[in-house]
Design a protein around this ligand. Sequence first.
Ligand code: CA
Length: 236
Amino acid sequence: MTKVYQATDIGTTRPTNEDSLACIEPDTYIVADGMGGHAAGEVASRILVNTARAVLAPDTVYSEQILRGVVLQANRAMLEAIQQHPEYTGMGTTATLFHRERGQGYWAHVGDSRLYLLHQDCLQQITRDHSLVSDLVDNGSITPAEARVHPRRNVLTRAVGVEADLTVDTGSFPLQSGDMVLLCSDGLTTVLSDTAIRQILQNDPAEDKADALVKNALAAQSHDNITAIVVMIYDV
Ligand code: CA
């Protein structure tokens, strides 16, 4: 059995919430963080989610390839939308998709939204951010804490809706009873450390975890839109 809790908030500064989220039966979850002026960010993240709803039918046999295909199809749909509506030029979105199939999790990912696995006391970031600051952390130039306050922390190295040739990261990992999976946008991870996220996931009541993550991000002055989906794995 799986239980899911979700929360999203516009944040303290932005005029619109450009994050989109979706829970699609069976056991498929998506966070997309749109970008682009004139509300185009909202359009981009919604195209991603709507494409997933159209492609993923209840009898879908899930695999990493299926999830990658959703992102690639959304990429084509976004590029077509930009051609038809020049005012959408510059829009794009992150895409983090997770599907649970018994004791296995499948994911596909582009951008700097994140997928985390909490197994026992260990919170592991499953996806790798496609961002400038992530590259700087990886090559040892800055620390994760410095990345969270870096002036160019919003610069993505990969996004959906930018180029026809898009590389989508995918993977799978084992799930055990008691595990939790978190999908979230960078409005959360820019202001909350992995330690803070782990403590909220471990200590707050199940039904409050997603709300608590978003409320803590707001209290930490997240200026960005904030989105969290918490998937609790009760048995596999
Ligand atoms: Ca964001």
